[in-house]
Design a protein around this ligand. Structure first.
Ligand code: ARG
Length: 477
């Protein structure tokens, strides 16, 4: 290989090859146009490796200085957009190494001592993903705070709670929103857990079997802020569990987003009219002038399929792969990158759609979800949402629950035929169903009475909801 030219990847290996790659094969095998986004992780990993090589006297201190100088220059070239990415150099690793050698000569060629692209790429992806997980964790927290903020203002707003999408029992709107806070809190826990297994160092596994140089892998891990080193070189170069785990956690998070989206879409429809979202998250129709379509929640619901698809892609990618590194693994990047992009964008947009945007003039957030409390309460008044409360009332009067259930079914039937709510049936009519019913029954037939009565831990009584809000505030502080 000539000293200062490494312009083609064939020059990265040897004279063993008797014919060049065809253009089609080059394009088919190259990853540089998507893996170049790993450039900062690649430089960071290389610098940690080089520093250790020098500390172990595997390369000279002057080589380390050259490598550091060259990498600083490459960094500024990439940041300035003047770095020339070459398809011929296949991937981010060979592109950066070739430029380094061009800039600093032999020291650049010494950088690859004791490593291979197999442990290098595994390290880069882990470093990159670790930082992305941190950004996603911040967004998950922000979204939870936005939901708790809206919840706090709506503790006494009554929503018909549904099962089977049929009116079931009245619930506090805040309680409903806090259900999503629980989901996103679990997502954040899962991200923290995935981060631990992502943040381990493959570097030093070399191609597959480890290396003959006296590397100090623990030192590199420490420099990179990693929590440990991969303990088996074969596993180190080939493990992509962390990418699958991350995509699984991301899929579940998107599933939660899709459930919330579906509710927003329903709530915004004319038939519900429970909430509004700011106009900038909706679009009009080119033909129907009256329309305001909830495009953002709909797209988020759709993008959930895309992320779940990436999970299927990655898990299938690994199925049946023999140890150790195989070129198949290059296919881990696009699904992983797209999962990160989709999840981050979705979380960002939901933070704003729920919580609003900060108005610097007032220091207040504006333009989040608008709640129509009257429409919610009117809907809750329609579906005999307090029927269970009447049954519970009768149980407290001594009736077995099954009998109480049957009695209330008759009362509901009567109310339906009179086209009124249970609370609108005269006392004498109610007493016709069971003689033990007294005037105090109306207390439990009211929506608020029903809400207040569910005062057990995790229940929808405003006192419980307030306690949950306080707990979340402490947790999210
Ligand atoms: N671009 C490759 C990847 O993403 C880097 C590792 C290549 N290793 C190899 N032995 N061909 O996986």
């Amino acid at each position: 290989m000539s000293t200062n030219q490494l312009d083609k990847k064939s020059e990265a290996w040897s004279a063993l090859f008797s014919e060049p790659m065809s253009e089609l094969v080059k394009r088919y095998t190259a990853s540089v146009f998507f893996d170049k986004r790993l450039w900062l992780a690649d430089i960071t990993g290389s610098l940690a490796h080089a520093e250790m090589l020098a500390a172990q006297n595997i390369i000279a201190a002057s080589d380390l200085a050259d490598i550091q100088r060259g990498m600083a220059q490459i960094r500024s070239e990439i940041e300035a957009g003047s770095f020339e990415w070459k398809l011929d150099l296949e991937d981010v690793h060979l592109n950066i190494e070739a430029r380094l050698t061009q800039l600093v000569g032999d020291a650049g060629k010494r950088l690859h001592t004791g490593r291979s692209r197999n442990d290098q790429v595994a390290t880069d992806v882990r470093l990159w993903l670790r930082d992305e997980i941190d950004l996603i964790s911040d967004l998950l927290k922000e979204l939870q705070v936005a939901l708790v903020d809206v919840a706090e203002k709506n503790v006494d707003v009554i929503l018909p709670g549904f099962t089977h999408l049929q009116v079931a029992q009245p619930v506090s709107f805040a309680h409903h929103l806090l259900a999503y806070v629980e989901m996103f809190a679990r997502d954040a826990e899962r991200m923290a857990d995935v981060r631990r297994r992502t943040n381990r160092l493959p570097l030093g596994s070399a191609a597959l079997a480890g290396t003959t140089y006296p590397l100090d892998r623990e030192r590199v891990a420490q420099t990179l802020g990693m929590e440990g080193v991969c303990q088996n070189s074969l596993d180190g170069v080939s493990d992509r569990d962390f990418a699958i785990e991350f995509t699984a956690a991301a899929s579940l998070c998107m599933v939660h987003i899709s459930r919330f989206s579906e509710e927003l879409i329903l709530w915004m429809s004319q038939n519900f009219g429970f909430v509004k979202i700011a106009d900038r998250f909706t679009t009009g129709s080119s033909i129907m002038p009256q329309k305001k379509n909830p495009d953002v929640p709909e797209l988020a619901r759709g993008k959930t399929g895309r992320v779940v698809g990436h999970l299927m892609g990655l898990i299938t990618l690994m199925k049946g792969q023999p140890l150790a590194y195989n070129k198949d693994n290059q296919e881990d990047k696009e699904p992983l990158f797209d999962t990160v992009d989709t999840l981050k964008d979705t979380l960002r947009i939901f933070c704003e759609m729920v919580g609003g945007q900060l108005n610097p003039a007032t220091g207040q957030k504006e333009g989040g979800i608008t709640v129509n409390a009257q429409a919610m309460e009117a809907a809750a008044n329609k579906g005999y949402a307090t029927a269970t409360d009447l049954a519970d009332y009768l149980v407290k009067k001594g009736l077995p629950f099954r009998d109480a259930h049957e009695t209330v079914a008759h009362a509901v039937k009567a109310a339906t035929s009179h086209n009124c709510d249970l609370s609108e049936l005269p006392l004498t009519v109610l007493q016709g169903f069971n003689a033990s019913i007294e005037k105090d029954v109306y207390e439990c037939l009211s929506l608020r009475g029903s809400l207040n009565a569910r005062n057990t831990l995790g229940g929808t009584a405003p006192a419980q909801v307030k306690a949950q809000i306080a707990r979340h505030r402490v947790r999210l502080a």
